[in-house]
Every structure is written in structure tokens, then in C-alpha cells.
Design a protein around this ligand. Structure first.
Ligand SMILES: Cc1cc2nc3c(=O)[nH]c(=O)nc-3n(C[C@H](O)[C@H](O)[C@H](O)COP(=O)(O)OP(=O)(O)OC[C@H]3O[C@@H](n4cnc5c(N)ncnc54)[C@H](O)[C@@H]3O)c2cc1C
Length: 380
């Protein structure tokens, strides 16, 4: 008899993979280290590629209802003048969905409700894996053990499963920090149902509503920024004081103790995401910097591709993992590289920043549109 599969990690990747696998009739359980399913961070933007997957899983309507489907995404300068615009109506026409901004907690609740809590084992920190021809043996920090037909490492950027498969691979830092928060503030209509990311003076500030009167934001600062928690909000307000409305209004309404610190990191593209009966997905396989808002979306794509290939050859996980990697690797790694590049370009200040702004304003719209389309298109 075929042993069931085990997914390590109950983040976006792990929960979505479990839903997709179970919908295709594959027995699988999620083992999550935390005692509760805790959302990391404030809000998240789910782009049309992720929304198309959620549509196939029957979840898109619930996600749109729980969040804010957006009508505009723009990169702007510090005075909120557009550098790059996207036509979300055209994107919706083409892909069926625009980007939805949603609280991470709401997204996790929707995923967990769809999966069913009975399929998630909480408080299970996986500490050891060994595989043989017939299966994988897992040990958890509480002393319990399990055997699985296959294991999916959906255990995030610092993945212990990746360390087991490919020892020594470590995420690399960029020297930049991102501070993230939520503010209770009513924006003027122009700024509602929209993401704007402002680039100026070597800084960037992105924001969007995730519910009526609730704005999710990030403030990205270079490595020289003093990251002491004491007086943090005042220092952020001073750093971004040259930015036009609504940036000062959003910061003024921020809940300072709830501001989250993220070091910006990614992983150099791995030659392989799998070995034998164990495979990596999401940040464990290809963590990317947040500059394209695609890390979670790529995890969602992995989850669906994994369910497709495993359901086609359930008796041969190694072959299914290789097929999944063929479907996903080129795109996921292109996003890691492009997001890194956007990181460098977005932080340019002074004369170089002005050149960048001129080039972005002058670029024909179809060029940027094609770039977005290539990210939003599912290859399976
Ligand atoms: C500032 C910032 C903004 C971002 N914005 C966006 C955005 O707008 N859109 C987007 O798509 N992406 C965004 N991302 C990226 C996104 O947050 C990640 O790509 C996504 O959360 C990865 O999901 P995951 O399930 O792979 O990993 P995680 O969410 O890290 O989940 C891993 C899970 O595994 C568990 N775990 C770890 N080790 C073990 C173990 N040994 N045993 C059991 N369980 C374990 C952890 O507790 C955790 O629950 C952003 C990232 C940052 C830093």
C-alpha cells in the first residue's frame, strides 16, 4: 500500500499544496512547527498568476471577497507622479483576475478552512529525515516519528528540509531592510483599490488598502538605516518626510509596536529542488526578494504544479518532482533574478535616480505590459 505524503510547513506553499493534492485524491498531511497557523507579516498581494491557481482550486471568489481586488498598480516618484502604470482592466480581461490585496491572516484562514484543520498537525517541528527506496522516515522535536511515501519541504526561506537535501545552501542578504505595518486611515479615492510604490532619494514606500480604511504598507530603507526599535516610527517619518500625501498620513496612523522588520534576502538559484522522495517548494526552493511581490505567488504556482505532476504519477514521486521542476524552475528563477535587479534599480537616488525615472517614463507601455504578462501567465 502507498504511504501518504507529508508536507513540512503550513505557510502559503504548504497549505495550498495540501489543498491541491487532496483535491486530486492524494492523501497528504501538513506538519507545522508552530502551535497555531500564524500569519507572518501584515498584508500580501496576490497577483493574477496566483489568482488563476486559486480559481482552479475554487478559492478565488473567497479570496477576492476577503481582500481588495485592485484597479491600479503604479510605480511613482516621491511626489506620486507615475513612472510606470499598469492597465489592470486589460490584465483582468486577459487573465480573469487583477491583483488582490489581502490580510495574510485572512488568506491563511481561507486556506485552512478549505483544507480542513484535521489535515494539519500543529506543534510538529521536523528535526530529521532519512529516505530509503520505500519511503521517508521523519522525526519531530516532540520525539514522535512518521513514515511517508513522499515529503514536500514547504518550510520557508531557512528550510531545514533544504539543509537536509543540499547542506550549506544559505539565503543571502542584500543589506536592505523592509519595515511593514498596517495603518487605520481612510485614503482619498485616487489611492483606494490601488497599489502605489514610490521610489525617491534611495528609498521606497509601497502601500495599498487591504480592507476599507486599513492600509498595508512597507518602507524599504538601505542598510545604513538605524534599525533600533526605540524611536523607529519617528525615524521612518523623518526618512520619508520628502514624500507627498498619502505617505506621511499613512505613517502618522501606524501602530508602532506592530511594525515588522524584515531583512531582504533571497536564495541563489538552486540546480535542483528535489532528491529521491523529497522535494522543495515555495521559499524553501526559491526565496526571492519582495520587490516584485511574487514570492507567495510563485509558491502558489509550485503547489498546483506539484499536484498536477504527482497526480499523474503517484507511484513515482521522484519522476513527479522532476516533472514539477521542469514546469516551474525557469520562471521561478527568472523572478529571483529580476526581483534582485529591481531591488538595485529601485534604490537609485540622485542623478542616477533621475536617469532611471526618465527612462521609465519614456519606455513604451507595451514593453512593461509584456513583462507583467510573462509573470502572470501560467505555463501549465
Ligand atoms: C516584506 C515582504 C513582502 C512580501 N510581499 C509579498 C507579496 O505582496 N506577494 C507575494 O506573493 N509574496 C510576498 N512576499 C513573499 C512571501 O511572503 C513568501 O514568499 C511566502 O510567505 C512564502 O511562503 P512559504 O509557505 O514558502 O514559506 P513560509 O511562509 O515561510 O512558511 C513556512 C512554514 O514552515 C514552518 N516550518 C519551518 N521549519 C519547520 C520545521 N522544521 N518543521 C515544521 N514546520 C516548519 C514555519 O513555521 C512556517 O509556517 C513578501 C515577503 C516579504 C519579506
Amino acid at each position: 500500500m502507498q504511504l501518504p505524503g507529508i508536507i513540512i510547513g503550513g505557510g502559503i506553499a504548504g497549505l495550498t499544496a495540501a489543498i491541491a493534492l487532496r483535491q486530486r485524491g492524494l492523501a497528504v498531511q501538513v506538519y507545522e512547527a508552530a502551535p497555531h497557523i500564524l500569519p507572518v507579516g501584515a498584508g500580501i498581494w496576490m497577483a493574477p498568476n496566483a489568482m488563476q491557481v486559486f480559481d482552479r482550486l475554487g478559492l478565488a471568489e473567497r479570496i477576492n471577497a476577503g481582500g481588495v481586488p485592485l484597479q491600479a498598480i503604479e510605480i511613482v516618484d516621491g511626489q506620486m507622479r507615475p513612472l510606470l502604470r499598469t492597465d489592470q482592466a486589460r490584465i483582468r480581461q486577459r487573465f480573469g483576475y487583477s491583483t488582490t490585496a489581502i490580510r495574510r491572516a485572512t488568506l491563511q484562514q481561507i486556506l485552512l478552512a478549505e483544507l480542513g484543520p484535521a489535515h494539519v498537525q500543529l506543534g510538529k517541528l521536523c528535526t530529521k529525515l532519512t529516505q530509503d527506496a520505500a519511503g521517508v522516515a521523519l522525526t519531530f522535536a516532540d520525539g514522535s516519528t512518521q513514515r511517508a511515501g513522499f515529503v514536500v519541504g514547504a518550510d520557508g526561506i531557512h528550510s531545514p528540509v533544504r539543509e537536509h537535501l543540499f547542506p550549506g545552501v544559505r539565503p543571502g542578504g542584500t543589506g536592505h531592510l523592509v519595515w511593514r505595518g498596517m495603518s487605520a486611515v481612510q485614503l482619498t479615492p485616487h489611492y483606494k483599490r490601488a497599489i502605489r510604490e514610490a521610489w525617491a532619494d534611495g528609498l521606497r514606500f509601497g502601500f495599498s488598502e487591504i480592507a476599507d480604511g486599513v492600509v498595508d504598507w512597507f518602507a524599504a530603507v538601505p542598510g545604513t538605516f538605524d534599525d533600533e526599535r526605540a524611536g523607529l516610527l519617528a525615524r521612518l517619518q523623518a526618512a520619508f518626510q520628502g514624500f507627498a500625501y498619502p505617505v506621511p498620513a499613512i505613517l502618522a496612523a501606524a501602530n508602532e509596536p506592530a511594525i515588522i522588520r524584515n531583512e531582504v534576502m533571497d536564495i541563489d538559484p538552486l540546480p535542483n529542488w528535489h532528491r529521491g522522495r523529497i522535494c522543495l517548494i515555495g521559499d524553501a526552493a526559491h526565496a526571492t526578494t519582495p520587490y516584485m511581490g511574487q514570492g507567495g505567488c510563485q509558491a502558489v504556482e509550485d503547489a498546483y504544479a506539484l499536484a498536477l505532476t504527482l497526480s499523474q504519477q503517484p507511484a513515482d514521486p521522484a519522476a513527479a518532482f522532476a516533472a514539477m521542476q521542469r514546469l516551474r524552475r525557469a520562471k521561478a528563477h527568472r523572478i529571483v533574478r529580476t526581483s534582485r535587479l529591481m531591488g538595485h534599480v529601485g534604490y537609485l537616488g540622485g542623478a542616477l535616480g533621475s536617469v532611471r525615472n526618465f527612462a521609465m517614463r519614456a519606455a513604451p507601455r507595451w514593453v512593461s505590459e509584456q513583462q507583467f504578462y510573462s509573470v502572470y501567465r501560467l505555463g501549465f
